[in-house]
Design a binder for this molecule. Sequence first.
Ligand code: SAM
Length: 378
Amino acid sequence: MCQQKKLSDDLDDWLTALPEKHKKILQALQKKENFPELWAKYANVMQARYTKPDEYKKELSLARNIAIQAWQCDQQNTLVREQMEWAFSKQIPRWHYPLVQDDARNGVYRKALEQVVTSESIVFEIGTGSGILAMMAARAGAKHVYTCEMYPLVAAAARKNILNNGLADRITVIEKSSYDIKLGIDLPRSPDIFVAEIVDNSVLGEHVLPIMEDVWSRLLNEKTLVLPHIVMARGVLVGGDYWCRHARMGVVDGFDLSAFNVYAPSESAFTVEGQCLSHALSEPETLISFDFSGQQDYPAIDHEIVLIANSSGKVDGILRWMQLDFPEGIRFNNAPPRLSAWRPTLHFFPEPVEVKKGDEIKLRVAHDRKSLDISRVL
Ligand SMILES: C[S@@+](CC[C@H](N)C(=O)[O-])C[C@H]1O[C@@H](n2cnc3c(N)ncnc32)[C@H](O)[C@@H]1O
């Protein structure tokens, strides 16, 4: 049953090293032909069963290990996969799949790399993922690309992709968090080019700010070119049914459903369709901007900005998207109507506001280094 026979010795070693109570059960289950399924179910029960808080973390990591071993023993088995999906979810979020197929995103990274990479370039990337950006840098002609990935399963798949694309001699995948990368050990010297894509819908959710502070303080030098060097959040005032149906209820099929709005989210990220910015009520403005081109600290910020209505109407909130700036004026944004793997986010005001052309709407824009908060100042 175990598809990768080579695993068998490793599997026995791994089993032997397990705590006694789990070892006995797994060894008994191993006698059955469908043992990968049974192991995956066992791991699933373990992770769902809350033991004492101090033991929980250890048990959870053990359960994850058992689930992954079960999957390695029978990778084609859908039942195993269903039972252990949770074990993958932290390391391998599903957004990897749409992300690498966002042609506009890929296009700007490719173009930026092709503009700056030379045959002398040492490139360093944080966050290998599938390996796509590291391979773009190598294809653009870099002398060598060093790329680090904190999740072992992701790093393993990236290594295979890189090998399958004939680039293994020019790309080194370092299976480490960026915080553990050492100059002179993992990286031969400060890179000429640093590239990363560690931003999410909410801009800061992948902890880009502390990561950039850390790489600038230890790994980059004043000559390193950073791609992208500016990351910003931009937005416009919006209102109307198109936006509200994502997170509010009104009269539907003749019924007033608005009592449900007590649970309505204060923000919602969604996929946009069509020319939906045609009814924006202000010009796009920069809400907040981060410059990664040199060493800087990024303390938490709490400030106010003003948006001016450019037409009259009802404003329900502010629609925010992301913009990445690269040298030579190369730019990416996911402003509607562009469809992107990154989804714009609508920050709803507690109550809609009627505005006339020229009215000012004051907004509070704050971040705590991990998340961005945008609200109306009343
Ligand atoms: C948004 S994905 C981008 C993947 C790939 N570079 C791409 O553009 O498709 C970010 C990747 O960075 C990894 N990552 C995030 N923070 C990291 C860190 N501090 N050190 C190493 N890897 C990190 C994540 O596990 C994930 O695989």
